[in-house]
Design a protein around this ligand. Structure first.
Ligand code: BES
Ligand code: MN
Ligand code: ZN
Length: 495
């Protein structure tokens, strides 16, 4: 999507729509218009065609006195300072909805007339609106189909802003679109069929992303290399699969030469049957989304490349497929991790932590400033937090606080859970240093407890994204989250 920033209402905008906010009890928009236009709009509002509910819209055509063919009137609700980014997101979704399946190719938003909370700058509003509106244009077209969906019509997002804001708004809105582009990659990878999106596919994609970018160096480790290193927990997961595992690193150096990198680690289980501890078959297809942590890493790296972000970021993907087979791990198997600690695999369906633990040890070589892993790790996270936010846990309170704040600012929220010592004993094993499951209580926390034992040598946070990475039901599809939150956090780290 293209971004335009202008300082007054465009006089020629052939197929555009102009968005105007209307406060709860008002019959006129919060923006001064030519008298002829204002009275036509007031007449329409007095007829009661715009519901009083926040974010509802009414599209008017050929309003006299305006050069745009459409006006989108949008009701605004009560402003709540603590929901600033959520409010803007809901407004942007309302606008996208109103223009879906129309021929409109350019949406014009008067920033000054957007009823935004005072806690957000105009540039921040533009960035968030650009992300949401551009992300709403996403369509999945990666699989061959005879029935082609119509390409989306919306091509341009135009902001009308004060002259002195032009540069800032333009830069922020472009960032917003770049984030939506990253989310589109994340969604595509999540939505791809699991017979296509294999660990090897992800390795090849990383290589392709590294080609021609002098700032990014890509390495892909195969099973022989991982075996030699001693990553036996990781390899125990792919042993039952015909698809060989891959450990992928995308080393992006956009920052100062000696600045320690931020390392992002993604769970890339390209299909999770549960292994010998096999899952029930209902909705098992959705376990193709068990690589959404990895897909998030790819999306974020793409945004870093597009924005030439001045930061050192290493995206690491632990890719494997979890299948039942004669070679697959059995419940009761004991494996030695790269760290030297042994693990009793009591449930082969708790495989995410097995690929992640060796990866967390492996990334120590990068001497990270911080490590953040993201994983569709536990069904328990959905029980606890639903599909609203991810869970964040870690060994560094400042890092956890930063991620929480980035979630609030981007409307891609995360909520802290306690990573207390008190939970660690649930992982006790009679036959190894630890078991790979901690029983039913506090499943998200005990999974993080397991990981914490491999992340002791750097500031670390873990995001359980099981509830937010994809949607089920009629609108089944990957969401592209938590790319917005992570990008917000990374951009705050640029000095
Ligand atoms: N990928 C699943 C977690 C999951 C399940 C995410 C459903 C989203 C929806 C993970 O590998 C898993 O199977 N976890 C087990 C852990 C248990 C065996 C301790 C779970 O949550 O049931
Ligand atoms: Mn599993
Ligand atoms: Zn899994």
């Amino acid at each position: 999507m293209d971004i335009a920033v202008v300082n007054k209402l465009p006089t020629r905008a052939a197929n555009a729509a102009l968005v105007l906010c209307v406060a709860e009890k008002k019959n006129s928009p919060q923006y001064s218009l030519p008298a002829e236009a204002a009275s036509a709009i007031t007449r329409a509002l007095k007829r009661g065609d715009l519901p009083k509910t926040a974010n509802k819209t009414l599209v008017l055509h050929d309003v006299p006195g305006l050069s745009v063919p459409r006006v989108v009137l949008q009701r605004t609700g009560k402003l709540r300072k603590d929901r600033a980014s959520a409010t803007i997101t809901e407004q942007a979704l309302g606008i996208s909805d109103a223009l879906k399946n129309t021929g409109c190719d350019n949406v014009i938003i008067v920033l000054e007339a957007i009823d935004h909370p005072s806690t957000m700058t105009a540039a921040a509003v533009a960035q968030l609106m650009a992300t949401v509106i551009a992300a709403e244009q996403y369509q999945f077209t990666e699989h061959p189909r005879q029935e082609k969906s119509a390409p989306s019509a919306l091509k341009t997002l135009t902001f009308v802003a004060d002259k002195k804001l032009t540069t800032g708004v333009k830069r922020s809105a472009a960032r917003g679109v770049a984030i939506a582009d990253g989310m589109a990659l994340t969604k595509n990878l999540g939505n791809l069929a699991p017979n296509i999106c294999t660990p090897d596919y992800l390795g090849k994609l990383a290589r392709k992303m590294g080609k021609g970018d002098t700032k990014m160096k890509v390495s892909v480790l195969d099973e022989a290399r991982m075996e030699k290193l001693g990553m036996h927990a990781f390899l125990s997961v792919s042993r039952g699969s015909r698809q060989p595992a891959r450990l992928i690193a995308m080393d992006y150096r956009g920052g100062k030469k000696n600045a320690k990198p931020i390392v992002l680690v993604g769970k890339g289980v390209t299909f999770d049957t549960g292994g010998i501890s096999i899952k029930p078959s209902a909705a098992m297809d959705e376990m193709k989304y068990d690589m959404c942590g990895a897909a998030t890493v790819f999306g974020v790296m793409k945004v870093c490349q597009a924005l030439q972000l001045e930061l050192n970021v290493i995206g690491v993907v632990a890719a494997a497929e979890n299948m039942p087979d004669g070679e697959a791990s059995r419940p009761g198997d004991v494996v030695t991790t790269l760290s030297g600690q042994s693990v009793e695999i009591l449930n082969t369906d708790a495989e995410g932590r097995l690929v992640l633990c060796d990866t967390l040890t492996w990334v120590e070589q990068f001497k990270p400033k911080a490590v953040v892993d993201m994983a569709t790790l536990t069904g328990a996270c959905i029980v606890a937090l639903g599909h609203v936010c991810s869970a964040v846990l870690g060994n560094d309170d400042d890092l956890v606080d930063e991620l929480y704040a980035a979630g609030q600012a981007s409307a891609d929220t995360t909520w802290p859970m306690p990573l207390w010592q008190d939970y660690q004993s649930q992982l006790d094993s009679n036959f190894a240093d630890m078991a790979n499951i901690g029983g039913a209580p506090a499943g998200t926390i005990t999974a993080a407890c397991f990981l914490s034992r491999f992340a002791e040598n750097y500031p670390w946070a873990h995001l359980d994204i099981a509830g937010i990475a994809w949607k089920s039901g009629a609108n089944k599809g990957a969401t592209g989250r938590p790319v917005p939150m992570l990008m917000h956090w990374l951009m705050s780290q640029v000095r």
